[in-house]
Design a protein around this ligand. Structure first.
Ligand SMILES: CC(C)(COP(=O)(O)OP(=O)(O)OC[C@H]1O[C@@H](n2cnc3c(N)ncnc32)[C@H](O)[C@@H]1OP(=O)(O)O)[C@@H](O)C(=O)NCCC(=O)NCCS
Length: 334
């Protein structure tokens, strides 16, 4: 028997830490300025957790809102997919902590590690599971706590000013018509430049996993070759968008809203210009939330719905690029 269900996004939710961190706050800790950060990245504020706020607690909060907006009872969730580059603990994965916070037991929890492309990979996995008929309602969560792992001294300023904490979640269920469905997902990776954006320590590949020497050299903080990352992003994101448009036989004018990963406003503006997308057809939230990695797309999508830029039935293009390197796109009729 062939089972061919299609999937759709039923509801969206998000959560933020309470504590807002402005560029001026950062300038008190490192040599930087509000003007430098805004000019290069567009970021004005980001939110950073305080003790007690975790990836799991924000993920659960976002999930509850997504379930309420989807009108899906938490007991009807068949699978949790949790995308992050910043798990709460080394192991087990954070998905089980979200499961526990939601009062669920027994259902599978799948943690995935594709950084800023995590949400697109998660959508692709959820779509495939629903198409086979294996699962009916899937909770996909992107959640990140960057702030506890960032170098807030001047030596870490190129990376630290970019990142924010937060969570976004969607409920993915079966489509009942072709007006609301995930049309396509395309996911890619290339490990050739894996080290241009990474955190080397602590690592099971190192003996010992962490040492005073490694910490003195600040190797437990993320490092990035910013210009190379930028170039990859403005190459791979337009290519991913085109790939999805060709697959679905779409014109640029068919897209109602582009929801790109929020890494840098300048990257997104350049991607828009390269493909000829009118600026009003792209939504950005990096100015207020910074780069929240796997959470950035569902948070930006949530915001676009909230401000009335996206409504049911709209054709949405999600596109992302991140460490790995990883990249991909998803076309969705919401
Ligand atoms: C990080 C990024 C904004 C830096 O911008 P850039 O124009 O490449 O800047 P550079 O790295 O060449 O640095 C220019 C100068 O600013 C300095 N600088 C770096 N970070 C700074 C900061 N936060 N504040 C002030 N000055 C800073 C550098 O030290 C350098 O100084 P120098 O000229 O004296 O050596 C940019 O490369 C970028 O956005 N890259 C992509 C990042 C990204 O998207 N990552 C996530 C991918 S998912």
């Amino acid at each position: 028997m062939t089972v061919t269900h299609r999937s759709r996004i039923l509801g969206v939710g998000m959560a933020l830490p309470k504590n807002v961190v402005t560029n001026h706050d950062l300038a008190k800790k490192m040599e930087t300025s509000h003007e430098w950060i805004v000019e290069r990245t567009g970021i004005e504020t980001r939110y950073w957790v305080e003790p007690g706020e975790t990836g799991a607690s924000m993920g659960a909060e976002a999930a509850k809102e997504a379930l309420a907006n989807a009108s899906v009872d938490v007991k009807d969730v068949d699978l949790i997919i949790y995308a992050t580059l910043s798990p709460d603990f080394n192991f087990p994965g954070t998905g089980v902590f979200v499961q526990r916070a939601l009062g669920l037991r027994d259902i599978p929890c799948l943690d995935i590690r594709q950084q800023c492309t995590g949400f697109i990979y998660g959508l692709s996995i959820a779509d495939a599971y629903i198409r086979t008929g294996m699962f009916k309602n899937i909770l996909l969560i992107g959640s990140e706590v960057h702030s506890t792992g960032l170098d807030v001294s001047t030596s870490g300023r190129d990376v630290t000013v970019l990142f924010g904490d937060g969570a976004g979640a969607v409920v993915i269920g079966r489509a009942t018509d072709d007006k609301h469905m995930i049309l396509s997902t395309h996911i890619h990776a290339d490990g050739a430049d894996a080290e241009i954006l990474w955190t080397e320590y602590p690592a099971s590949a190192r003996h010992p996993r962490i040492s005073a020497e490694a910490m003195a050299e600040r190797k437990h903080y993320p490092t990035m070759e910013g210009k190379r990352v930028f170039k990859h992003a403005v190459t791979k994101m337009p290519a991913s968008i085109m790939e999805g448009m060709v697959t679905n036989n779409l014109k640029l004018t068919d897209i109602d809203m582009m929801i790109p990963h929020q890494a840098n406003l300048r990257i997104n503006q350049m991607v828009g210009q390269m493909i000829g997308l009118p600026p009003e057809k792209m939504h950005n939230t990096i100015m207020k939330w910074g780069n929240t990695t796997a959470a950035s797309i569902p948070m930006c999508f949530y915001d676009a719905i909230k401000v009335g830029k996206v409504k049911q039935g709209d054709l949405i293009c999600f596109v992302a690029f991140g460490a790995g390197l990883t990249w991909g796109s998803a076309f969705v009729r919401f």
